[in-house]
Design a protein around this ligand. Structure first.
Ligand SMILES: [Zn+2]
Length: 335
């Protein structure tokens, strides 16, 4: 995650924030200008407040008490007046794009430390990693799920399954919807998409990403080769990749695409195990971290390639969705 991305985003945020506050001040002024009784009351409140501070300076506490009473009464009068007026929404409070961080990009934690808000983190992910991969969410979402691309024919020999590709994809779609709906449930399993290319694995991952993003969670998409290379580079001293590593472990939804396309060695195997395991351990600590892994390898290949440690975690904590059918990209072209 690059600093220059963060800096340019923060500049953008500053502009956004000033604009929201500027618009609010304007709308508020307009509203008061058009309600003379209200602006009169405001002027009176200001003047009484000034009198109170003067009386305090002169140690005239009897006067302070009576002025405070006057102030409170004016406030009640003002509130009554406000109750009967409908204040336009833009004059009530600044309309920030992100109400959580009020367009500052930062939120304060319980221990008073500040951290980047999810909204800006997601923007950084999108700029640095996701753009070329899950940038097509307008098109790839559940509304555009085209079932006609999946055959209705059940063919045990061809597909090695008792259901048709269409029934199978409907089952997988249900699992995906359950995954989204139960995202915050620590017992809801992660997803493993296995099957040949061109059967909709990436499409479905994108559908899920879109839904998860709309619930204000962070989504990071990585292909397995790039993810493992970045982690190895980080381990060998490229400290600017620390944040990339932290995000791989901490993002709400991690999508690891194309597992099996990497050139594997024992270091990468260890790191892959660490990523999968660390995210599962978080899950046990009630921090909801979900992972979707997509692979062209079948279960046998996965076991042979990654060994028992990784395989047993996939088998236990992932819903295995096997995609089968005819390459839908070929079908689309021939249509
Ligand atoms: Zn925010």
């Amino acid at each position: 995650m690059s600093n220059s991305t963060l800096n340019s985003l923060l500049k953008e945020y500053e502009k956004k924030k000033s604009k929201a506050e500027f618009n609010f001040e304007n709308a508020k002024r307009e509203f008061y200008d058009s309600h003379k009784d209200l602006s009169d009351l405001n002027a009176m409140l200001n003047s009484v407040a000034l009198d109170i501070s003067k009386a305090i300076l002169h140690n005239d506490f009897d006067l302070v008490t009576s002025l405070k009473e006057k102030f409170e009464n004016l406030k009640i009068e003002k509130n009554k007046l406000l109750e009967n007026l409908s204040i336009p929404i833009e004059a009530r409070e600044p309309l920030y794009e992100c109400p959580i961080c009020r367009d500052t990009g930062y939120v304060t934690l319980d221990n008073n430390a500040s951290t980047l808000c999810n909204c800006i983190k997601q923007k950084m992910f999108d700029i640095d990693f996701n753009k070329s991969n899950i940038g097509n969410l307008e098109k790839e979402n559940f509304d555009n799920f085209d079932l006609s691309l999946y055959s209705d024919n059940t063919d045990v020999n061809k597909y090695n399954a008792k259901v048709s590709p269409k029934q199978n994809i409907l089952n997988i779609k249900d699992i995906a919807i359950g995954f989204i709906e139960n995202f915050n449930n620590p017992n809801e399993k992660n997803l493993l998409f296995t099957g040949n290319t061109g059967l909709g694995k990436t499409f479905l991952s994108n559908c899920i990403a879109k839904e998860v993003l709309s619930s204000k969670k962070t989504v990071l998409y990585q292909t397995s080769p790039i993810m493992l290379d970045s982690i190895i580079d980080y381990r060998f001293g490229k400290s600017d990749l620390k944040e990339v590593y932290d995000n791989i472990i901490n993002v709400d939804l991690l999508i690891i695409d194309d597992l099996g396309a990497e050139t594997l060695n024992s270091l990468k195997l260890t790191e892959l195990f660490n990523v999968i395991n660390a995210r599962l351990l978080y899950q046990n600590n009630d921090k909801i971290k979900k992972t979707i892994i997509s692979t062209n390898l079948n279960m046998n290949n996965l076991f042979e390639t990654y060994g028992e440690r990784i395989f047993s975690r996939l088998a236990s904590y992932y819903n295995i969705c096997r995609f089968f059918g005819d390459d839908i990209r070929i079908k689309k072209i021939s249509k």
